[in-house]
Design a protein around this ligand. Structure first.
Ligand code: SF4
Ligand code: SF4
Length: 371
């Protein structure tokens, strides 16, 4: 498994473009290109935050990939994402603008088709179908460009997790509600990634996010652009660069159990992994998989008891809340109300998915541990 690693100091256009060229060469991506290819780039545009905040894929990386495609004669290029809020023209125009995506036009089109289609999953999956945004369903070639982050619910966010943004808008919180258990939710993410099956995954880790990711954390630059065709093994590799034990991230552990992670076949092409990388701060909520040493038949009851003892809940930082209601809109359990221009959390029914924290533009939602 070829893992491209290119060191890039910062988001200057030419060095980022050169890193993209080297990554594409390492993975022989030019061999796949044809002038009539319908290419969809799936960035992470989870929230309306500017490129200086490492919550979203930096526009300079997307622009560099678009330039590389254009230079290979590809002209049908669409940037498609369903961010954390509603999936409609008004909201997505706002997201594109704030996240700096308008700069990719006219070389690429910003998706304005807000329909979705049902696709069948492979036999044996727990999910029989997924409802996906149309450009993803109709693409010939998908380039998944994610941001490297810690994540309040899943512990880690990279290539696999980025594909959750192929589910339209507020259907995402419904899926949290349907799969409140981290094991089931992670399994859904893996089945989704296998269904979408991107041809290439690029990880923007020039600047990355640590702490209360995916939107409320802080900057932790790795100065790296990573790329691979295999998003599962790459996530294993990238989690290791962050100082996380990949086996403790449930979705990566499950990918290993499914035989999707080829850790013994990783061949790094490009720059070396720098020595002395500082481990990333974990989110307060982190739901790591601590069941590795528990016999299989005891795992479910052990997880049930431990998860109740260690459960975390959202807690309002009242002084920061502006009463915008974005948390209530995204709450799949509908346990948030807005009263006197402040959010109010009703603990009963909360499934600790932290969609509310993800969507809060004011970093007004902290985490309170049950114990
Ligand atoms: S907690 Fe955040 S998202 Fe919720 S109302 Fe307050 S500012 Fe808005
Ligand atoms: S209150 Fe927040 S953490 Fe609890 S269910 Fe709603 S969105 Fe999820």
């Amino acid at each position: 498994m070829i893992q491209s690693l290119q060191m890039v100091e910062k988001y200057d256009e030419e060095p980022v473009y050169q890193a993209v060229c080297k990554s594409m060469d390492a993975l022989s991506v030019a061999d796949d290109m044809k002038p009539d290819l319908k290419v969809v780039i799936k960035p992470n545009l989870i929230i309306a935050k500017g490129p200086d905040i490492p919550a979203t894929t930096h526009p300079v990386v997307v622009k560099a990939v678009v330039r590389w495609l254009k230079e290979r004669g590809v002209s049908n290029i669409t940037i498609a994402e369903s961010s954390g809020g509603p999936y409609n023209a008004e909201y997505m125009k706002h997201i594109y603008r704030v996240c700096g995506m308008n700069g990719v036009e006219p070389d690429a089109r910003l998706n304005m088709d807000f329909t979705a289609q049902t696709v069948q999953c492979a036999e044996g999956f727990a999910n029989h179908t997924f409802h996906l945004i149309t450009p993803i369903v109709e693409a010939d070639y998908i380039i998944n460009i994610c941001k490297l982050k810690t994540h309040a619910m899943t512990g880690y966010s990279g290539g696999i997790k980025n594909l959750f943004g192929t589910i339209p808008g507020l259907e995402k919180p419904q899926m949290h509600y349907r799969w409140p258990d981290i094991e089931d939710f992670s399994n859904m993410l893996l089945e989704l990634a296998q269904t979408v099956n991107p041809q290439l995954t690029i990880i923007d880790a020039i600047d990355a996010m640590e702490g209360d990711g995916p939107t409320g954390g802080t900057s932790h630059p790795l100065h790296m652009l990573l790329a691979a065709r295999d998003c599962y093994t790459q996530d294993y590799f990238a989690a290791g660069l962050m100082g996380l034990d990949p086996r403790e991230i449930v979705m990566i552990r499950q990918a290993m159990e499914r035989g999707l992670v080829k850790k013994d076949e990783i061949q790094i092409v490009g720059d070396r992994v720098p020595e002395g990388l500082t481990p990333f701060k974990k989110p307060e909520t982190i739901k790591l998989d601590f069941t590795g040493n528990v016999p299989g038949f005891l795992r479910k009851p052990f997880v049930y008891i431990a998860s109740r003892l260690l459960k975390s809940y959202p807690q309002l930082r009242t002084d920061l809340c502006v009463g915008c209601g974005k948390c209530a809109e995204s709450c799949p359990a509908q346990v948030i109300t807005i009263e006197n221009k402040k959010a109010k959390f009703h603990k009963k029914g909360c499934i600790s998915c932290f969609c509310c924290q993800e969507m809060c533009p004011m970093k007004a939602i902290a985490v309170r541990k049950a114990l």
